[in-house]
Design a protein around this ligand. Structure first.
Ligand code: ASP
Length: 319
């Protein structure tokens, strides 16, 4: 272990129009409690010499199991009123990666992504094949209704009502954003005592998404990226933009080739490039020295980090 190597973890629980007036004190407290639990679980693994991959999985699993976040339990509803979940994971030391898209029965999609990375020759599995694979790997399977929550159902109903009123086939993008962009995806990035970075992301996607729609979260290079030579990134936001702008890998490329700091690179991509074209969202990231960054162009992002010196959880932009 290099003497100057610092272990650290950074997490997010989604970015969007998250405003004080929309959250009660109890909700705020409950959300922060789950963010803190995820940070503590991930950090504890790093502290006792564990690796960054296990650290981010521990953190993401807690957020998937919390109904406050749009991943695992509490995932948003698709247009037909079901749940289809996406997740991905990447290791920065060997650029190994795994992802699942559109799983319906796998309780913790991040574990399925890990299995794809470790025990398959592939990087991404989708749909029923991904569920079958995760079942074969012994991962817990649940009924699709396990992911149901009243809050997400209400958001689905809001969009459904607006769509019907307009007599349109699909909800307009703005309707979807209005309903969904209060809560979001989860993700974590960590660096361990060997200086190895890992990043992972898990989501239910966007409310009222069309059948089979896949966002950026399971797309390596868009929603997740990790490379020890530059940084690790997990993104949240309007996935179609994050895919087209290959957000996660673009940030890492700026660090690697332009020698920008991670903070500078993330600022450029999120606050300049994406903002200019209306791509809302944010990223968390970690450089190889264990310095966390959290950058978003929305009013809030559920987020937090823990390093040997400091720890913080926050929700709104002005915190
Ligand atoms: N990025 C996710 C998606 O487009 C949504 C989110 O982050 O809230 O599926």
């Amino acid at each position: 272990m290099a003497a100057e190597q610092q272990v650290a973890i950074v997490i997010h629980g989604g970015a969007g129009t998250i405003k004080r007036e929309n959250l009660s004190d109890e909700q705020e407290k409950a959300i922060k409690k789950d963010l803190q639990a995820a940070l503590d679980a991930g950090y504890a693994i790093l502290e006792r010499g564990g690796d960054s991959t296990q650290s981010i999985i521990a953190a993401i699993k807690i957020l998937e199991d919390s109904e406050h976040f749009n991943a695992g339990k509490g995932a948003v509803y698709t247009k037909p009123g079901k749940h289809e979940l996406d997740a991905s994971i990447m290791r920065g030391n060997d650029l190994e990666a795994g992802a699942v898209a559109g799983v319906s029965y796998t309780k913790n999609p991040i574990l399925a992504a890990e299995q794809v990375m470790l025990n398959s020759p592939h990087v991404m599995l989708a749909g029923s094949g991904a569920d079958t694979f995760s079942q074969l790997k012994g991962l817990e399977q649940v009924k699709n209704s396990y992911f149901d929550t009243p809050a997400r159902y209400k958001a689905w109903q809001e969009v459904e009502t607006k769509t019907k009123a307009k007599n349109a086939d699909q909800a307009s993008q703005q309707d979807v954003l209005d309903a969904e962009f209060k809560f979001g995806t989860v993700g974590a990035v960590a660096v361990d005592q060997n200086g190895d970075i890992a990043a992972g992301t898990s989501t239910g996607g966007m409310t009222y998404k069309a059948w089979g729609r896949v966002g950026d979260s399971p797309v390596i290079g868009a929603g997740t990226y990790a490379d020890n030579r530059s940084c690790g990134i997990s993104a949240t936001g309007h996935g179609e933009f994050f895919i087209r702008y290959t957000v996660a890998s673009d940030i890492c490329a700026r660090v690697r080739y332009q020698k920008l700091t991670l903070q500078q690179a993330a600022q450029e991509v999120i606050m300049t490039e994406l903002k200019a074209v209306g791509g809302s969202g944010g990223v968390i990231g970690m450089d190889p020295k264990g310095k966390p960054v959290m950058v978003f162009n929305t009013s809030g992002m559920y987020r937090g980090y823990k390093t040997p010196e400091s720890s913080k959880v926050a929700i709104y932009g002005d915190e």
